[in-house]
Design a protein around this ligand. Structure first.
Ligand code: BGC
Length: 807
């Protein structure tokens, strides 16, 4: 289907790890990189498989210090399927082979043609390979892979082998390999990556084998059952078992022109699964019941069709094709199955080992999209945070604060997982990591709770877990802010803002900066929304919750007071990123660009020169400008007014221009935020930024980072840029608010959303008009609020809005 496939022609070992990440298949429960099943792991190949939420802790020594890290575990590799051929003319008169042929891999000299096709519509990866066999002969291989979207525990690999101009024996070995480590990220190589132990293997029946092992510290049991079946006459089949590898060998006789098909189906269970007795028996039972590949493919494809209907975004052309790929990876990481799991949003998907599979604030860029398509998934992701509320409260107490101090990096139990040391690969030095001071992560969680409530009307969640999470975060900010009589303001000190390049003042002995504008403004917003929710709670719920978390009227008064008097620094007529920012030196951007070309990782460059970005007005990513990402222009002005400051359009425009030329986009989130913010002020530049985010992963613009996992926040953010950025869509007070900022290059798009009780409210942009329709099946009309008027769209009706009239 045009626009739904990604085809990679030819084999290029240098590109293989990038393709593996981009061709990852998953279903929210687990995912497997698009690695070549016939090749062993090596510089070009990294066949990782990851189950959502399956973490393990290991201790290592780095720079002479003991460091402990928790990682998303690379599970046993279920992919291996290698093959070789024994043509008759290579067999001697005594029936013995003259020479033992090598296994045919994409790195072998015999490879003549190679193509890889990722079909987003059906959720399958197909590989076509051709190998030379003897003089004038070929072996054609076509292999289709799926990770099942309906039955999340199943995956399959179906391989067709065709003999061309030779006759002989095809030998196929299908295996599960438990000898894997976490070794996908070069920077972590010096750290311990052996997460698995206690392997056992066995045979369940003629076609079925299994492997069982567990993680060393979290003690999660992992079981794979594997069925290998040849749709051809196979003889001399045998099994080959070691404790860490279970293999089945098949021999098939092939005449020229004949085709043999080998189906490999696996089932995965872990001890984290619900409704099982033990993972091994669950995996074996599942594989015994699993139908053949054709049937699996049919049910898998049908599950994908339903999913596309709920989430699809239609944008014509190449941009639309990339957006579809982004949506595909978002849905493979966070699918309807996620709604049943206790997991968060892994920043790099389930596609690689960068950031160790940790959960950051990136959900801020993901949930707003999901809220309007898969709200049950958003709810589960927020529940992941609520379950870890006690841990966040403990962390706040340990720091002498009240409320919940959520960790910058979160994993299995919600403790702070940020690394204490990180390696600068440029200098080879291990350096202290202060990013854990990004307490603004709490505001991101609160923002998502609030947005979810507005989009879904899920009062059951909002009046219980949602309210409790929001109140505890508001409480944290209130207990963190300190009053300073000399400024007549509250201040939040010793934090790190979204821009991680500023984690201390130049020459300071302690980390942290003061009054990061983004942190302070969002903290004020959190306290106000907490007050709104507290007032809106039904009395019995309010009484019960207030009593349980010992929340009093006086404490609410405190939130009211602090949220109106938090300090925001300014300089030269712009919002300052933090107090003291104005005193930093200007960086000679041209000189650094000339010298280094790409300066996205300016922190590493400066550190390798014995310098630090802390000395310069140079940001890694959008920081102040994040405010324009989270809040509409009118809401942002209102927020500043609430704080006692005047922010007009002119000052915001100056602020945008100021930081735009002082940011090096060392995070993929940066260009996204810039394109969102610029869409309203400078559409041409917005489009340029958007192009960079759009191609960030497909072209690996950050130079090797996509190979270690996709950037889920940026991917979801590009979808949301169409959904909410360009339309100015907000869900507030039970209505849909629209304030379009059309981008000429995005003049056509369409999507449907789920909004409160409505399924499938369609928005379509064409020829400068925005059409809104409500399906006939809906029971109630929706209220739409435009900058200059309000309308009601009744079920079965379409309203076309002329954007030039409403702007
Ligand atoms: C960014 C963070 C982000 C993290 C995970 C970092 O490079 O600076 O804002 O949360 O990556 O995506």
């Amino acid at each position: 289907m045009p626009g739904w496939t990604w085809t990679y022609e030819g084999y290029d070992p240098g590109q293989e790890r990038l393709r593996e990440a981009l061709c990852t298949l998953g279903n929210g429960y687990f995912a497997t990189r698009g690695a070549a099943p016939e090749s062993a792991a090596g510089p070009a190949h990294y066949p990782g498989t990851y189950a959502a939420g399956c973490y393990n802790r290991l201790v290592s020594t780095a720079a002479g210090r003991r460091v402990e890290n928790e990682d998303l575990v690379n599970l046993p590799n279920w992919l291996p399927l290698r093959f070789r051929v024994w043509p008759h003319d290579a067999i001697g008169t005594n029936g013995m082979n003259r020479t033992e042929p090598g296994w045919l891999t994409c790195d072998a000299n015999e490879l003549q043609a190679y193509r890889q096709i990722l079909d987003l519509h059906r959720g399958v990866l197909t590989r076509q390979l051709r190998f030379a066999v003897g003089p004038g002969g070929h072996l054609d291989v076509e292999q289709t892979r799926l990770v099942h979207m309906a039955d999340a525990h199943l995956a399959g690999l179906c391989t067709y082998f065709t003999a061309r101009n030779w006759t002989g024996r095809l030998e196929v070995e299908s295996a599960i390999d438990g000898e894997v480590t976490n070794a996908g990220v070069d920077r972590y190589r010096q750290l311990n990556g052996r997460h698995l132990t206690g392997w056992r293997t066995g045979v369940a029946d003629a076609d079925t084998m299994w492997m069982h092992c567990r993680t060393t510290a979290s003690d999660i049991s992992i079981a794979f059952a594997m069925r290998t079946h040849a749709r051809a006459t196979a003889d001399n089949s045998r099994t080959d078992l070691t404790p860490t590898r279970a293999a089945r060998l098949l021999n098939v006789h092939l005449a020229s022109g004949a085709v043999a098909c080998v189906e490999k189906t696996v089932a995965l269970h872990t001890s984290r699964d619900a409704a099982i007795s033990d993972p091994l028996n669950a995996a074996i039972d599942r594989i015994v019941d699993a139908p053949g590949f054709e049937q699996l493919l049919a049910s898998h494809t049908s599950a994908w069709q339903h999913l596309w209907k709920r989430a699809e975004l239609k944008v014509p052309g190449e941009a639309g094709r990339i957006l579809r790929l982004h949506l595909f990876h978002v849905l493979q990481t966070l699918s309807p199955h996620t709604a049943e799991l206790d997991v968060g949003v892994p920043a790099r998907g389930l596609h690689g080992e960068a950031y160790r599979g940790h959960v950051f604030w990136d959900e801020l860029f993901v949930l707003p999209y999901l809220n309007l398509h898969l709200p049950e998934v958003s709810r589960a992701l927020l529940t992941y945070r609520h379950r870890r509320l006690p841990q966040a409260i403990r962390a706040a107490h340990a720091h002498g604060r009240n409320g919940a101090m959520y960790p910058w990096q979160s994993g299995s139990d919600g403790r702070e997982e940020s690394q204490t040391l990180h390696l600068n690969p440029r200098s080879g030095r291990w350096l202290p990591d202060n990013t854990h001071l990004q307490h603004h992560v709490g505001s991101a969680i609160a923002y998502n709770v609030w947005q979810y409530g507005q989009a879904s009307d899920d009062s059951e969640f909002m009046h219980t877990k949602g309210a409790e999470t929001l109140f505890q975060i508001a409480r944290f900010w209130a207990s963190t802010a300190t009053w300073d009589a000399s400024t007549g303001r509250y201040h939040i000190r010793r934090v790190v803002g979204p821009d991680e390049y500023h984690d201390a003042y130049p020459d300071a002995t302690e980390p942290g900066i003061d009054d990061n504008a983004y942190t302070n403004v969002t903290a004020a917003w959190v306290m106000r929304r907490a007050l709104d929710l507290a007032r809106a709670l039904p009395v019995p719920r309010r009484r019960e919750l207030f009593e349980r978390i010992a929340l009093s009227g006086e404490e609410l008064d405190g939130w009211d007071e602090i949220s109106g008097r938090l300090y925001v620094p300014f300089h030269q007529g712009v919002i300052s990123q933090f107090e003291g920012y104005a005193d930093l030196a200007e960086l000679d951007w041209a000189a650094y660009r000339d010298r280094y070309g790409s300066i996205q990782r300016l922190d590493r460059i400066l550190e390798s020169e014995g310098d630090t970005p802390n000395r310069y007005k140079a940001s890694k990513q959008a920081d102040v400008l994040m405010l324009g990402y989270l809040f509409s222009p009118s809401e942002l002005c209102g927020l500043f007014r609430m704080l006692g400051y005047e922010l007009d359009d002119e000052m915001w425009r100056r602020t945008v221009a100021y930081y735009l030329c002082r940011t090096c986009h060392g995070s993929t989130l940066s260009q996204l935020v810039h394109s969102w913010v610029l869409a309203r002020a400078r559409p041409t530049e917005a489009w340029q930024c958007w192009q960079d985010v759009l191609t960030g992963d497909v072209a690996d613009l950050q130079g090797g980072t996509t190979t270690e996992g996709i950037h889920l926040g940026a991917m979801a953010g590009t979808l949301d840029l169409v959904q909410r950025g360009v339309t100015g869509l907000e869900t507030r007070e039970g209505a849909l608010w629209l304030d379009p900022a059309p981008l000429p290059e995005l003049s056509e798009f369409g999507f449907s959303i789920r909004f409160r009780g409505h399924w499938g409210v369609a928005l379509r942009m064409r020829h400068g008009r925005l059409y809104i329709s409500v399906p006939t099946s809906d029971a109630t009309p929706i209220h739409v609020i435009l900058p200059d008027r309000a309308i009601t769209v009744v079920p079965g009706d379409t309203e076309g809005l002329d954007l030039s009239a409403s702007s």
